[in-house]
Design a protein around this ligand. Structure first.
Ligand SMILES: [Zn+2]
Length: 309
């Protein structure tokens, strides 16, 4: 558990191809002081304003999670956000010269390595968390997300793509090292026929075997190196879900059961629980020696007061 807010020790530049545009994208990450949040600024057009990485600013969830509008928007932020969340980085300024983050290898692991390499700075400010206080469930067709109070963050995820990836389930209880070893290396995945369809529509132009698990119609993995885990796909869905809920801006403590959800329902669920009174409570975890779990002290501010700036 991250008891204090963090940022990075010094500025770094990261470059790589965008998944949909196949363009070289450069990102400059800069440290920021406490209580500032995570911001993205598109530097490829003049006069843009920075966009805060928070659920209210999500503008599209069709293929990936996008924040901001038009020339200020930044897409496919979820793998990057998951890495920041796992390492406890909540203050950062990101300058980016294109419409999407570099895809790197399609997982969060390269981001984790880059961020750990540059080093983290612990700031002299407590990290607020959101504790789930009441159960809640949201269903959309055959997709479902539910949550319940718990002493830590746990995610039970099930996927089922008939004839492609059948009935894969995984439970993950969050710890930084557990996320780094068991979830962050899991790559995004897609059906070969979908890649071909997207590329004909001018999307996923940078997508391929170097940054995704590609599965043919009969469930055969086309990547020569094979899978990183037998259940890599459901692990990646946990990664995506975790990345999406970091847009609450405070880590959530509770148990989530997720069936077949994607970015769209993840976002709808997060927006609903953040705006429905009584479901979540802003808390400050306090280290209690000898106990496995931190005790949670509830402060006075309501959900968004802590982020008034
Ligand atoms: Zn993903």
């Amino acid at each position: 558990m991250h008891y204090h807010q963090k940022t990075i020790k010094q500025q770094i530049q990261v470059s790589g191809k965008g998944l949909h545009t196949n363009r070289q994208i450069d990102m400059i990450l800069s440290p920021r002081p406490m209580d500032t949040g995570i911001w993205f600024l598109r530097t490829d057009a003049p006069g843009n304003s920075p966009v805060r990485a928070r659920s209210e600013n999500v503008s599209d969830t069709s293929l990936a999670t996008t924040i901001g509008h038009g020339p200020e928007s930044v897409s496919t932020i979820e793998h990057f956000m998951a890495a920041l969340g796992a390492l406890g980085i909540s203050n950062l300024f990101v300058e980016i010269n294109g419409p999407e983050t570099p895809v790197l290898d399609g997982s969060s692991l390269p981001w984790i390595k880059l961020l750990r390499n540059v080093g983290l700075r612990t700031l002299n400010a407590p990290r607020p968390y959101l504790a789930v206080r009441r159960p809640f469930e949201l269903t959309e067709g055959d997709k479902m997300i539910s949550m319940a109070p718990d002493k830590e963050l746990a995610i039970d995820f099930t996927i089922d793509f008939p004839g492609f990836i059948q009935n894969q389930g995984k439970s993950f209880t969050f710890s930084e090292n557990g996320f780094v070893s068991d979830i962050s290396p899991a790559r995004t995945f897609c059906l070969l026929s979908e890649v071909e369809k997207m590329q004909r529509a001018g999307k996923a132009l940078g997508g391929g075997l170097s940054n995704a698990v590609v599965v043919s119609g009969n469930g055969i993995v086309l990547n020569q190196e094979g899978l990183r885990f037998p259940d890599e796909c459901v692990r990646h869905k946990i990664l995506d879900f975790y990345g999406d809920i970091t847009l609450a801006e405070a880590p959530i403590i509770g148990r989530f059961t997720v069936v077949k959800s994607g970015h769209s329902l993840n976002h709808k669920f997060l927006t609903t629980i953040l705006t429905t009174p009584g479901l979540l409570e802003l808390v400050t975890p306090v280290r209690t020696p000898g106990e496995r779990y931190a005790s949670l002290v509830a402060p006075a501010p309501t959900l968004r007061q802590a982020w008034a700036n």
